[in-house]
Write a protein that binds this ligand. Structure first.
Ligand code: CU
Length: 232
């Protein structure tokens, strides 16, 4: 696909589907427009030729509608089958996750809760960041999407991933980064005056880089807790 390169395991499937729709719709668009302008040219006003009134109810004229109609429906069927296949693979299937990550949207920032050194979410060594998400290439992540206030949409263009974030719900989904690099995250649902600046970055790192990042973010949560206990 032109534009943003894919860096997620299902980016190719989404791009393929968009190409399929573009080509099938595009062929009919140019065929219909071509026919339209050809008819305008062919039957343009000329000296001594009266315009005909055609009702279009005769069998040999109705074929101009019926045959393309059936062909367009067949194209629709192809698009629907392809779309359902991709939908099932991406949205209805949850492959076994190597790690979980919690993504929390709020006006107007993203909070990411990473599993930390133990690889498990909701433990004291979790690593919490704002607007910067760190993942390891080749690992399958299950995300848990939450909102603190209004509707947001978690969009990672390089994964071809876009999922609404709904207050009061935890929405799960998955992605698997397949290419290293730093890419954009953007809120894709109008969520207030700061919606346009509600962006973040996803850092897709090699195993070694990711390990270094995890180790470099020592579990801070344990420190204030221990200090708090000491004062009792
Ligand atoms: Cu938002």
């Amino acid at each position: 696909m032109m534009g943003v390169p894919g860096a997620g395991s299902f980016a190719g499937e989404i791009d393929g589907l968009i190409w399929l729709v573009t080509v099938l719709v595009g062929v009919w668009f140019f065929a219909a427009q071509g026919m339209f302008f050809w008819l305008i040219f062919r039957f343009r006003a000329r000296e001594g030729v009266r315009a005909q009134y055609i009702t279009g109810t005769e069998e040999h004229l109705k074929r101009w509608i019926n045959i393309p109609h059936i062909l367009v429906i067949l194209c629709d069927a192809v698009i629907i089958v392809a779309a359902i296949r991709v939908w099932v693979a991406v949205k209805q299937t949850m492959p076994p996750a190597d790690e979980q990550v919690r993504v929390i949207g709020q006006q107007w920032a993203w909070t990411f809760v990473h599993a930390g050194p133990d690889g498990k979410l909701d433990t004291p060594d979790d690593i919490v960041t704002m607007d910067d998400m760190h993942v390891q290439v080749g690992k399958t992540y299950q995300f848990l999407l939450e909102s603190k206030d209004v509707l947001h949409s978690f969009s990672v263009p390089v994964f071809r991933l876009k999922q609404d974030v709904v207050p009061g719900r935890t929405i799960t989904g998955w992605f698997k980064p397949i290419k290293t690099g730093t890419f954009d995250i953007q809120c894709a649902e109008i969520c207030g005056i700061g919606h346009g600046v509600m962006s973040g970055r996803i850092h897709i790192e090699t195993a070694a880089e990711h390990q270094a990042w995890v180790q470099g973010h020592a579990p801070m949560a344990a420190v204030p807790a221990a200090a708090g206990e000491a004062t009792h």
